[in-house]
Write a protein that binds this ligand. Structure first.
Ligand code: PA5
Length: 467
């Protein structure tokens, strides 16, 4: 295996590390091959049927990639700031990769290599949106409206606000040069407007769902604008895609991740904590939370049985959350599986000065590096959890660059659909989010949703406040 490969360490899922009655015996681990076989057959069938569109993205043709990077170059010629107007799967992936590669403080620090500053307005919150719009120079800002459906209320409201402001400030033609759409090739309001009014537009393949779309134009356009190496991102994903085609449980990191998570869930571990020991990977943990929750939290199985399945994902950061969540993970209910993300090479380091040799509680740090400290903390936390019979996985990253991020993203996407196959639920739909959308439409007066408004009024018993 290449030294650049992301590796999955599962030692702390085994009984031999966790103690009697906890985790998996070696024989039980081997028996999970049957789960891998089930996933393998199902994913192969879905790939053949063309329903796993994300699997094809790493092998994107030169022409498609050039269309994306060409638009990114055009936008970079126009402005310094790119605001993505999108939500959920149309937003989280770009944030995850940009934060990983440019750092958690990127928006307040100067940009390198003439890259654009990227802002992702992943909400309809007017307080956030007003402060963003008023803080950016309109002459130096462009927008990417990302919506596969072209109808998401949060995104459409932002688009309408921005278009009106830009038209007023710069005129209709210039406004349209500064707003790029990313949407379905045929359907939806954004496609309609692009055809009618010549907005520039990039396409999301129809068989790529929102939360699996970061390696399409949805993520690649903003990431290219922000100066990231999108080809390396795709290359990393392609390398992981070929590992994720292997049938053997212990040769395929996606099958192993999925099989362990599913086995732990069946044993009552209903919470999956994604805990990178890298602050810049908080966005990745949040992206994963949406992927895992929306894909696997389902009322019905594929054959229509009521199952109400799902493992609640939690985003945490080490070592920060050792001082926040770890007490609960160590001593609270035995309902969690933790997935650590560790980094062999932080790409930056500081030697801790030996300033007070006479104070033992400070002296031991002197001469050691900050990377040694955080790596020790990650190892110690996993060992401490294991000592209490609490399982964890570790995804070991060699370093943090675009190639590694591509591997990581693809691995987690493949693991999610593999888990869907093992649990016999559909990881590509999200029927549970519809009702609240429809009730919102009712409240906002959208034609065709009067019934929903009435339903809400009937349910409304009035608020009850504590005195
Ligand atoms: O993963 C998903 O499918 C969702 O989170 C969508 O991405 C989100 O609802 C936004 O949808 P759209 O891109 O159609 O605006």
């Amino acid at each position: 295996m290449s030294e650049q490969a992301v590796r999955l360490d599962y030692a702390y899922c085994l009984t031999e590390a966790l103690g009697k009655g906890q985790g998996l015996e070696l024989a039980a681990l081997k028996a999970l091959q049957a789960q891998a076989d089930k996933a393998h057959a199902s994913l192969e069938q879905q790939r053949q049927a063309g329903s796993l569109g994300f699997w094809q993205l790493p092998a994107m043709g030169q022409e498609d990639l050039a269309a994306i990077t060409g638009e990114a170059d055009r936008l970079r010629g126009l402005a310094d700031n790119l605001v993505v107007l999108g939500i959920g799967g149309s937003a989280l992936g770009a944030t995850a990769v940009d934060m990983a590669l440019s750092g958690v403080f990127r928006q307040s620090l100067p940009c390198k290599n003439q890259a654009m500053r990227l802002f992702v307005a992943d909400n309809s919150d007017p307080r956030m949106f007003c402060s963003l719009l008023s803080g950016l120079d309109p002459q130096r800002t462009v927008y990417n409206v990302v919506s596969k459906s072209g109808s998401t209320a949060e995104t459409m409201s932002q688009f309408l606000v921005v278009l009106e402001r830009l038209e007023r400030a710069l005129g209709a033609e210039e406004a349209r040069r500064r707003i790029l759409f990313t949407t379905d090739p045929e359907k939806g309001n954004l496609r309609l407007l692009a055809n009618r009014e010549a907005f520039p537009v990039l396409t999301v393949p129809p068989n790529v769902g929102g939360r699996y779309s970061v390696l399409s134009a949805v993520g690649l356009l903003p990431l290219a604008c922000a100066g990231h190496d999108v080809k390396a991102l795709l290359d990393g994903a392609a390398a992981m895609a070929s590992r994720c085609l292997r049938p053997g449980l212990l040769e395929n990191p996606a099958y192993l991740f999925a099989a362990l998570a599913v086995a732990m869930q069946r044993a009552g571990r209903n919470i999956l904590v994604m805990m990178p020991y890298v602050s810049d990977l908080l966005g990745l943990a949040q992206w994963f939370a949406q992927l895992w929750a929306e894909s696997l939290g389902k009322a019905l199985s594929l054959d229509g049985r009521r199952v109400n399945l799902g493992q609640t994902p939690v985003a945490a950061v080490g070592a920060t959350d050792q001082h926040s969540q770890l007490q609960l993970y160590m001593e609270g209910p035995q309902d969690k599986l933790v997935c650590f993300l560790t980094l062999a090479n932080y790409g930056a380091d500081l030697e801790i000065p030996a300033l007070y040799p006479e104070i033992a509680a400070l002296a031991y740090l002197g001469g050691r590096s900050m990377s040694e400290l955080i790596q020790a903390e990650a190892l110690a936390t996993a060992a401490a959890l294991a000592s209490q019979g609490r399982p964890s996985l570790s995804l070991r990253l060699p370093q943090l660059d675009a190639q590694v991020m591509g591997q990581l993203i693809f691995l987690l996407e493949a693991a999610t659909v593999a888990a869907g196959a093992m649990l016999e639920v559909n990881p590509l739909d999200q029927p549970g989010v519809e009702l609240s959308k429809e009730l919102t439409y009712g409240l906002m007066g959208r034609p065709g949703f009067a019934e929903q408004k009435k339903r809400l009024e009937q349910m409304d018993q009035g608020a009850r406040f504590v005195a």
